[in-house]
Design a protein. Structure first.
Ligand code: PLP
Length: 437
């Protein structure tokens, strides 16, 4: 049965026609939502409505400056409510994106010389791997044969390090396989062994509810990060949420105006968090955009969005599975433990060529390659260290990778059908397509 999104008309650009290689135009299909999402109409409208009031915040005494400051500051409470962060104990720090948020936290935590081990996982985006590497001893929770996180290995490692783990840092959902991690079970385990937990919510936040839970709960999420550009508000803002005390007393990650109370040549008196971590002129328009997106997503209901996308993802998986030689990297567990992200390959056609064919023949945007999750895909594909070192040394060796389709709340099943039909054709006529491109 066809699945039509009731949310399609909320999104900008969904009916935009794109040129094909044959000179014809078709309505573009965007299956690259895990990378970034188009803006909502409500976001554009709020930006337009706010623009006449925009002004420099915090330091201005003018009416517009005060109004802009209020929007910026009150936005923190809206964001806290969205993920049920603690109203008084947590701070929301505005960053550029998830990557900057994790870099910031890693910098702050490095200054606290209590425990020096970070437990990351084999399925992380590089944003939740590289910032830790130069500052801590980093170990990785392993994955099973399907690419799912091993909770047994997590507990073994927590025991092995005997209380030395500062943080378990884990993605809420994978940007490669779409697997959702059991973040509350992971939080419980981390807390049992006196570690904190950071959830990388970049993929989770646009698709399903997140609840940071009370501090008293063992399931409490200590830190959460996400990016607005994956939530239909692509205007350069992200957030880091965590306990205020983490950021008190430490050197800020970025230093300059706006982060201080008073400075002389003899001393620097830093401001309190979150302001201390937000040096420079802040991205107020980005905050306005994020707040507008949160308003629209919340009025639909994150659970409603999740339910809609679950239907579509199962429709897509069923269709893709019907293609004879396709290999999917997504289908191991319970139906509900996943997001609308499917990585696949079609043996005999390089991922880059396949992605190009989909674009040129049908105006379908997918992503190909290693999706900034190199170690995860290397493990999923079973690539040996020897092979990796050959690839690194020789730029002529084709880089391994996959093709990824990722859904948003506005995608429909007829778009999925177009992709599946074309993949069927490509699979049947590989030589002809390879010759053509
Ligand atoms: N974490 C995950 C799971 C992601 O999918 C991404 C981006 O794709 C990031 C982190 C980095 O997000 P950003 O590029 O917004 O910093």
């Amino acid at each position: 049965m066809a699945i039509h999104s009731p949310f399609r008309n909320l999104v900008v650009g969904v009916d935009r026609k794109l040129p094909l290689v044959n000179g014809k135009y078709v309505t573009g299909i965007n299956f690259d939502n895990a990378a970034t999402t188009p803006p909502l109409h409500s976001v554009m409208e709020e930006l337009g409505d706010f623009a006449p009031w925009y002004s420099s915040i915090h330091r201005g005494a003018g009416y517009k400056s005060i109004l802009s400051s209020d929007v910026y500051e009150e936005g923190r409470d809206v964001i806290k409510k969205f993920v049920n962060a603690d109203h008084t104990r947590d701070v929301v720090i505005y960053t550029k994106n998830t990557t900057e948020a994790i870099n910031l936290l890693s910098y702050i935590l490095e200054q606290k010389d209590d425990k020096q081990v970070i437990l990351s996982t084999d399925m992380e985006h590089l944003a939740n791997d590289l910032p830790w590497r130069d500052k801590f001893l980093v170990d990785y929770v392993s994955i099973d044969e399907f690419g799912k996180l091993s909770l047994e290995d997590l507990e073994m490692k927590l025991i092995h390090y005997g209380g030395r783990i500062k943080l378990v840092t884990v993605t809420g959902a994978s940007n490669v396989t779409g697997y959702k991690n059991p973040i509350y079970k992971i939080a419980k385990l981390a807390h049992k062994y006196e570690a904190k937990i950071l959830v990388d919510g970049a993929q989770l936040a646009p698709h399903c509810p997140i609840d940071m839970k009370d501090y008293e709960s063992l399931e409490h999420l200590d830190y959460l990060v996400f990016s607005a550009h994956k939530m239909y508000a692509p205007f350069g803002i992200g957030v880091l949420i965590g306990p205020k005390e983490t950021f008190e007393g430490e050197e800020p990650y970025c230093k300059g105006g706006g982060a201080v109370k008073l400075v002389s040549h003899q001393f620097i008196a830093w401001d309190t968090p979150p302001h201390k971590e937000e040096a420079g002129t802040p991205n107020v328009m980005g905050v306005v955009a994020l707040l507008a997106a949160i308003k629209t997503l919340s009025s639909i209901g994150m659970q409603v969005i999740d339910n809609y996308e679950q239907n579509l993802i199962h429709y897509a998986i069923a269709g893709l599975t019907s293609i004879p030689d396709i290999k999917l990297y997504c289908c191991a567990g319970n139906k509900e433990d996943r997001l609308g992200i499917i990585a696949f390959d079609l043996p005999g056609i390089h991922h880059e060529l396949l992605a190009n064919i989909l674009s040129h023949e049908a105006g379908i945007a997918v992503r190909n390659g290693l999706f900034c999750a190199h170690p995860y895909i290397e493990k999923l594909l079973g690539i040996t260290n020897q092979k990796l070192s050959d690839i690194q040394k020789n730029p002529n060796v084709p880089c391994p990778g996959l093709v990824r389709m990722s859904l948003g709340l506005y995608n429909n099943s007829d778009e999925v059908d177009i992709l599946i039909d074309l993949l069927h054709q490509i699979s049947k006529n590989k030589k002809a397509y390879i010759q053509k491109y």
